[in-house]
Design a binder for this molecule. Structure first.
Ligand SMILES: [Ca+2]
Ligand SMILES: [Ca+2]
Ligand SMILES: [Ca+2]
Length: 296
């Protein structure tokens, strides 16, 4: 790229501190140095002109550690999207996008990368209507999707879907505003409905649990109601043993069949602390890696 002129600045000891390159296309690139080592590079697209400039962005900020490794890179696009990437020791850590001019259906979109493999570990999206969607990946494969209705935009509070490593949806669990819960299990082969378990959380029904079983084609429902959890058989009672109840931004609580509460860490916000999960559906039971600890 050709330039018009370059300005170079030195500190009082004669050490290079800043170099500004004014390119012919109007882009200004300012490199700053700390103790002579490059610490940041800012680029501006036509800072002295009206209009959008020659680039799709307005400004790019890049920061470097003392070894010269990129630690953060933030691009402020002309359309109002801000996209920041963070690195740790040369490994990409996370990418955060913000929709400052509201051209997208979301407010923030965060991707967190596995610090070991570099694969996507989680994606967290906050939509304009307040709904939050978190997706948890293991070995690059989607395993859990969780939607939270933080601002009452939906008819339910919380929905968690579980997926097999091949992408097949195993089941889902939906928590309603009134405390009722609906658990769906799908057939491995073709994703047809397998069974449904409804829990009457607010004692509005004559039954406490209602099971609907479907045939191999996912039709011809057979409904059975139960008054007590002790009447429920496997696999329905098993699915109840691992109900996920969200506590805060990072933790989930599972209520064991024995009534004990155990804590699961599965939220994308803290991938380094995410210990795993146990989908409450038969046929996919990876080693249980949740740990007994308080959800505090
Ligand atoms: Ca521009
Ligand atoms: Ca938006
Ligand atoms: Ca009810």
């Amino acid at each position: 790229m050709s330039w018009e002129h370059i300005e170079t600045y030195y500190d009082q000891n004669g050490v290079l501190s800043e170099r500004a390159t004014f390119n012919d296309n109007g882009v200004v690139r300012v490199a700053s140095f700390t103790d002579g080592v490059r610490s940041q590079i800012f680029q501006y697209d036509n800072p002295n002109e009206a209009g959008g400039g020659v680039k799709s962005w307005d400004r790019i900020e890049a920061y470097y550690d003392h070894n010269g490794n990129l630690t953060e890179n933030a691009t402020f696009y002309d359309n109002g999207i801000m996209r920041a990437e963070q690195w740790d020791g040369g490994q990409r850590k996370q990418t955060v996008q913000e929709d400052t001019s509201d051209i997208k259906s979301w407010e923030t979109h965060t991707t967190i990368f596995d610090p070991v493999t570099g694969q996507v570990g989680g994606i967290a999206i906050v939509y304009d209507n307040g709904v939050q969607l978190d997706t948890v990946y293991r070995d690059g494969v989607r395993m859990i999707e969780e939607t939270r209705d933080a601002s009452d935009a939906l008819s339910w509070d919380n929905k968690v879907s579980f997926f097999a490593p091949d992408g097949v949806r195993l089941g889902s669990e939906t928590s309603m505003h009134n405390g009722d819960r609906i658990i769906f299990a799908f057939q491995d082969e073709d994703g047809q409905r397998d069974w449904r378990l409804e829990v009457d959380g607010d004692n509005s029904e004559l039954w406490a649990y209602r099971v609907t079983e479907y045939d191999v084609d996912g039709i011809n429902p057979v409904v059975t109601t139960y008054d007590s959890i002790t009447d429920l058989s496997s696999p329905y009672v098993d699915s109840l043993g691992l109900i996920v109840i969200l506590q805060d931004g990072h933790r989930a609580e599972v209520s064991g069949r024995d009534g004990d509460a155990r804590c699961l860490l599965l939220r994308v916000a803290e991938p380094e602390n995410r210990q795993g999960y146990n989908p409450p559906f038969p046929g996919l039971r990876p080693p249980l890696t949740e740990h007994d600890q308080d959800c505090m």
